[in-house]
Design a protein around this ligand. Structure first.
Ligand SMILES: NC(=O)c1ccc[n+]([C@@H]2O[C@H](COP(=O)([O-])OP(=O)(O)OC[C@H]3O[C@@H](n4cnc5c(N)ncnc54)[C@H](OP(=O)(O)O)[C@@H]3O)[C@@H](O)[C@H]2O)c1
Length: 297
């Protein structure tokens, strides 16, 4: 669905999403200033996993930083959520253009069809944010369900690689572009019970570094943001909808919010063209490693 706000729609939605609009107004043009705004101006951003957590927060943060002068392609499987997010964005920034599209990155053989199937005016991707990702379970080696293993690798690794492959030739031809991959502390500091997820994020890290080296003779930037503990739906997905188990992960701690990570992503993408935020490990205050989290209670 393409969201371009008409006055009527804007009026309707401004009413519906008043708290969000007021929040943004109180923040001024953006949290990064006019230079960041001009660096994002008019860019086409493809963001995966935009229906929740870090992805949804990043869509909002980027559009604030661009003061609405942005073209966003929001992709995920839950398109109903994408449509709600797109309405929020266009209600607040009528000039922003937002396209929502269904994408299952785990169907990695179909992923290369995604960009060519976009309307012609949307195919020149300036910024790809490979954020879609997930984890299943805490099983130890010997107990890991083969299907869970497959879904994690297909989503976090193969889908990410295939989508990246489909934008790199265009970025090369145009001589510009940013590719930002969401890795994890899990990719740098593997932990017991997370062997497959950690391996997928280590793969993202290796792929990101290789790609940067391959593109060294181009201005294309290859970036990675590696969050520590962030409270999103991530743990709910890990425990397949078991809220009690998911809540226990964060009990007594103060994890990052999706918005905290979105600010870091936006910071990385709005630096001067010659500045590559190659790796960014982001922890909350009381985290020291993948498994070292201070619990107050
Ligand atoms: N939360 C943390 O503690 C943490 C820490 C380090 C790294 N990360 C990474 O951060 C990224 C975002 O996670 P989050 O914390 O924001 O989790 P989240 O709230 O569960 O959001 C995950 C997003 O990924 C999308 N997604 C999952 N599988 C997909 C698929 N097959 N195809 C397309 N989209 C898919 C989901 O959309 P649909 O379900 O609608 O498709 C959703 O929008 C992930 O790569 C994750 O590994 C998270």
């Amino acid at each position: 669905m393409l969201f371009r706000t008409t006055t009527k729609l804007f009026t309707k939605l401004a009413g519906l999403h008043r708290p969000l609009a007021l929040t943004a107004l109180s923040r001024g043009v953006s949290s990064y200033g006019r230079q960041a705004q001009s660096r994002l101006a008019g860019k086409t951003v493809l963001l995966t996993g935009a229906s929740a957590g870090i992805g949804a927060a990043t869509a909002l943060e980027l559009v604030h930083a661009a003061a609405g002068d942005l073209r966003l392609i929001l992709a995920a499987r839950r398109t109903d959520r994408l449509d709600v997010l797109a309405e929020k964005i266009t209600a607040e920034y009528p000039q922003a253009e937002v396209l929502t599209r269904a994408l299952d990155v785990s169907d990695y053989k179909a992923v290369p069809k995604f960009v060519p199937a976009l309307p012609a005016a949307w195919r020149e991707i300036d910024v790809l944010i490979n954020n879609a990702g997930m984890v299943f379970g805490l099983e130890r080696v010997g107990e890991i369900d083969a299907q869970d293993m497959e879904v994690m690798f297909h989503t976090n690794v193969l889908g990410l690689i295939q989508l990246t492959q489909s934008v790199v030739p265009g970025m090369r031809a145009r001589g510009r572009g940013d590719i930002l991959n969401i890795g994890s502390i899990a990719g740098l500091d593997p932990y017991a019970g997370g062997s497959v997820y950690c391996a997928t994020k280590a793969a993202v890290n290796s792929f990101t570094h290789s790609l940067r080296k391959e593109l060294i003779d181009t201005p294309i930037r290859v970036l990675e943001v590696q969050p520590g503990a962030v409270e999103t739906e991530f743990s709910l997905v890990r425990f397949k909808g078991d809220k009690e188990k998911a809540n226990k992960v964060y009990e007594g701690t103060e994890p990052l919010t999706a918005e905290d990570v979105a600010e870091v992503i936006t910071f990385a993408l709005t630096r001067r063209e010659n500045t590559v935020v190659a790796q960014t490990l982001v922890f909350p205050s009381h985290q020291g490693s993948a498994t070292s989290l201070h619990r107050k209670s």
